[in-house]
Write a protein that binds this ligand. Structure first.
Ligand code: ZN
Length: 465
């Protein structure tokens, strides 16, 4: 009988990691880092299982909360395969090398202080070389193709519609006369997302792990969100302030470019310049261009336009090339839209832009993604009047807009509808990847609407199925 041990994301939206054991074989499903208030969590630099006994690793998509400990796996000696979709395989080098580089920089920074204090220096937990090694172990599969990955174990990726390459993971376990199936939802896309299709429908499973990032609520209707978006941009243009949009490099930034391009082409975008100020977003945006065949078919003009280059869609957009260009943006006090990472303002260039704009009354900050508890983004959403950024106290006078409808995650009704497609007898259901109270709310709704009991797991809990 297969067993599954919850090694992460049991009470929070990040740090996905599950260990599956079957017939003396061991699979690690997801190997993500914990983000948000625990960004520097020491758990991010340890592997919560014995690497020697791992036979295969499966990653649902390239976001670091699902993939960010892969470099650490290599450093701990893992030499086996890492199964991913093709687009994930294109994104992982960008994501993982950046993370390794930042980690090495952090250690160098700490060592400066330790050296002065005459203390023992730290070693990085893993390096860019480890990332190179694990990237050599990835095996990319197309969506929809079932593949035997170990004796008695088959794998198939379906499209989750969350970011390019994101997948719903189906795993079959079979041995003489016995068969079981696990489905892991991964992160499910919001069906209102403009670029990607709705999540694929899956109808059979014995065990279902369902994400619950937005388990407690539905997003605002898209029409309202788009109107708010346009209104905020217009007000900023009239008042003469800059617009800052903290944005995840993968997915959200490309959605924003799409929306801004729509407004531009309709003559309704008053700003003169849009800057994508994130080296990672710049690289990822290029990868998106190679996978237009995975886009939904709602707007063929768009797919055609960006094949020649994203600038065809939004001619006033430019990608900053280096730190000097990024710093030069600090001199612009009005008329610019600056999209920069990180999405929750926990790091990256957005913090510099916030430092230069938050105290200006005419500046507008558009929050377009999920903000985990404890992050600067969440603190701003919650209405702080003063924040500390890069060593300075900064008054918050800018206007903060929270636009819920842009989420790349399914809202509560979408989660219930997607899971409700599973045929009876329904699979055993575990909610994961959500803050506890959101999972509780989703559990209640599953009970009320579908008479389906959902379970919440504890960290390190093992279940059989
Ligand atoms: Zn994700």
């Amino acid at each position: 009988m297969p067993s599954l041990t919850f090694l992460g994301a049991t009470e929070q939206v990040t740090g996905s990691c599950y260990m599956i054991e079957f017939e003396e074989q061991r699979i690690i499903l997801e190997c993500g880092i914990i983000q948000g208030e625990s960004d520097t969590n020491s758990d991010n630099f340890t592997v919560p299982f014995d690497v020697e006994n791992v036979d295969a690793v499966i990653i649902s998509h390239a976001h670091l909360d699902h993939s960010g400990r892969l470099g650490l796996l290599a450093s701990a000696g893992y030499q086996g395969p890492v199964y991913v979709t093709r687009a994930t395989n294109s994104l992982l080098p960008i994501m993982l090398k950046d993370a390794a580089f930042l980690h090495q920089k952090d250690i160098e920074w700490e060592n400066k202080h330790l050296r002065r204090a005459g203390k023992t220096l730290l070693e990085p937990s893993y390096t860019v070389d480890d990332v190179d090694q694990i990237l050599g172990q990835t095996k990319a599969l197309p969506y929809g193709e079932q593949k035997q990955i170990l004796p008695g174990i088959k794998l198939r990726f379906m499209d989750a519609g969350h970011i390019i390459g994101s997948s719903i993971v189906e795993i079959w376990f079979e041995t003489q006369g016995f068969s079981r199936k696990l489905v892991f939802s991964g992160d499910l896309g919001n069906s209102c997302s403009p670029l990607l299709p709705d999540p694929d429908i899956v109808e059979n499973a014995d065990l279902l792990l369902l994400e619950s990032t937005y388990g407690d609520r539905d997003h605002r209707p898209l029409d309202e969100t788009l109107q708010e978006f346009e209104d905020a941009l217009r007000t900023a243009a009239e008042e003469g302030g800059n617009v800052l949009i903290p944005s995840f490099a993968v997915g959200r930034t490309q959605d924003l470019i799409y929306r801004l391009g729509q407004l531009y082409q309709a003559g309704r975008l008053k700003q003169q310049k849009v800057f994508i100020d994130s080296p990672m977003a710049t690289k990822v945006t290029k990868v998106y261009k190679d996978y237009t065949h995975l886009f939904n078919e709602d707007d063929p003009n768009f797919s055609e336009a960006i094949k020649e280059g994203w600038e065809n869609w939004l001619p006033i957009m430019s990608f900053t090339q280096d730190v000097e260009e990024s710093m030069a943006l600090n001199n612009i006090t009005s008329g610019a839209i600056i999209i920069a990472g990180s999405g929750m303002c926990t790091g990256g260039r957005i913090r510099h832009h916030l430092k230069y704009n938050l105290w200006r009354e005419k500046a507008h900050i558009l929050i377009v993604g999920f903000q985990a508890r404890g992050t600067l983004g969440r603190i701003l959403v919650d209405g702080a009047r003063q924040v500390r950024i890069l060593g300075s106290d900064i008054a918050v006078k800018a206007q903060i807009h929270t636009l819920g409808g842009f989420s790349a995650h399914a809202g509560q009704s979408q989660l219930i509808t997607w899971a409700g497609r599973f045929k009876k007898p329904r699979p055993r259901l575990y909610l994961v990847h959500g803050e506890r109270e959101k999972m509780e709310a989703l559990r209640t709704t599953f009970h009320q609407q579908l008479d389906w009991e959902a379970h919440l797991a504890n960290f390190r809990e093992t279940i059989t199925f």
